[in-house]
Design a protein around this ligand. Sequence first.
Ligand code: ADP
Length: 359
Amino acid sequence: MVSREEVWEVLEEYDVEDLSIATLGSHTALHILRGAKEEGFRSVVVCEEGRTAPYERLGVADEIIVVESFEEVVDEEVQERLRELNAIVVPHGSFVAYVGVDRIEEELYVPIFGNRWLLRWESERELERELLERAGVKVPRVFESPEEIDRPVIVKFPGARGGRGYFICSSPEEFEEKVEKMIERGYLDEEDVERAHIEEYVVGTNFCVHYFRSVVEDTVEVLGMDRRYETNIDGLVRMPARDQLEVDLEPSFVISGNVPVVVRESLLVQLYEMGDRVVEASEEIREPGLIGPFCLQTLCTEDLEFYVFELSARIDGGTNVTFLPYAFLKFGEVFTMGRRIAREIREARERGVLREVVT
Ligand code: ADP
């Protein structure tokens, strides 16, 4: 297990006037790298062979470290190069998915911007829920077994499957029927069914809220939000109801894009409170709590209450919508989450508190 002291020892060897910001070439790397350059850092991307084109063509990377597969970021050679470059690594969704929390906790001896131990808390559904419940934010009700289903529920399955095989049903009988269909289609196997997560289906509007916990300024900022664009559900709802009934298609929730959105101004207060509480809970769970970007995926009901169905303890893919309206209001210019991260690292360096923003 990598300890914070060990990370600080690595940082002590760094030339802090010559830092790099590094990430893996996927997910939100483009604006992380671009933001790094805008704030005066060297930008470094660790990229799989065959996937370098966006970073080359958009000119956002000062250095590209090519690997055969992303897990190699923990190979001694790659880590050594990152340390030579005085790199601070920014973890994102693909980083967590490809490298895995075990390797991040045990093998990565490069300072991470963010709280590396909380990545496990977003990856395991029970831990994620515990954090949200501790924070006291509203979460959809969970049903322990299919027999208990007495209202519309969404059924989810383990692993990063991007919403494939998820379904909606309203009774134990319908659950069994749909499970069978999904198995026939090869979306699920028996083992998945044992581990089904059954959750109240919240009818509401989707807001994925992009927060930034600034350690330097001791604040929790809301910088922007998006809603998910998911297939085939977003295609299905464009059909007239009559046809929806006739086609006998099951909705799926595979994310394919993000749409920028803003919330009614009066609802912002609620979002700030939720962010503050999640940060407080994260501090209790694992010091020093969330650092930098995190995201709450919410649904806003007709009573204008927000239910949180998912947490990202790092930069979320929805920040790719780039224009973060509240960041614009705060900084007076277009500000990506990537640039916000780099600004925090820069300010932490200026104030001599770089140690506080890495783990
Ligand atoms: P994953 O993390 O596996 O992608 P999510 O929990 O993000 O799964 O769910 C995928 C999608 O399903 C969401 O983006 C949302 O559209 C929908 N969804 C998830 N939970 C609920 C819920 N409790 N009520 C209504 N819709 C939900």
